[in-house]
Design a protein around this ligand. Sequence first.
Ligand code: B12
Length: 222
Amino acid sequence: MSDILEQLAVCIERGKVNASSPYPPDLRGQDGADELTQQALAAGTPPSEVLSKALIVGMSRVGQKFSENKVFVPDLLMAAKAMSAAMEHLKPHFESGEAKHVGTFLIGTVEGDLHDIGKNLVAMVMEGGGWKVVDLGVDVPAERFLEAIDEHPGSVVGLSALLTTTMANMEKTVHRIKETKPDTFVIVGGAPLTNDFAEKIGADAYAPDPQNALNKLTQIVN
Ligand code: B12
């Protein structure tokens, strides 16, 4: 079993989407993220384990290599594509079957930032935890968050940022939300963030990963 998860982590890291994908050439003809995710689930691996022990592991490895200049942007794009192929199969397992939602969760990646893999994972896990999720996408200006709060009164807002430059936009977004809708609960996340930063910019909470976010938010509504 752990063999499939390791192979899947390699497919994410190398950007091997599916068996028919010609990229990367040395894995031509082998199963990709698409097939291996289905095999792991069919073998009874819990979806949360597929997520934490394969998908996130593969993305972290490619991220590390990017930081060391061993791979480049096209490699990241292929890794992101493989990740999306895998997530398509995980999604149904995280969809909530509950008739009544715990609450509404608005999520988006802040203005200037196009990274959405982490945001999508948080959205998926929150949905699995019984929340109605409204995904505003990437590069979301503060004003769009405010409009969405008007459309979904009482919702909790989640902001994602992956770039140190867009952490500044996150701060502006939190300030706009807090000055206009002071009662809105705002949780922030993303690789460069810390608890201290979240406190400094006036967010109500920080979570390093989706499960932590789900636990914190479910606690506040109870
Ligand atoms: C994949 C990737 C890309 C892909 C994104 C594809 C996509 N669809 O998202 C592409 C190729 C497009 C890309 C582009 C760029 N990238 Co990039 N990218 C990455 C990489 C390798 C992985 C990010 C990722 O998906 N991680 C996996 C997910 C699962 O982790 P995560 O996002 O951190 O999310 C987790 C938590 O943080 C948390 N979380 C996330 N959001 C939220 C929100 C809430 C509310 C909560 C509670 C929790 C939470 O939960 C998630 C699951 O555990 C990182 C390196 C890294 N290791 O982080 C660089 C990285 C973020 N990129 C970087 C850079 C520089 C860029 C570019 C500027 C590159 C360029 N020269 O063009 C552009 C910027 C484009 C833009 N305007 O946004 C730098 C940022 C450096 C910095 N200090 O700002 C990094 C750190 C790489 C590096 N070491 O240099 N990138």
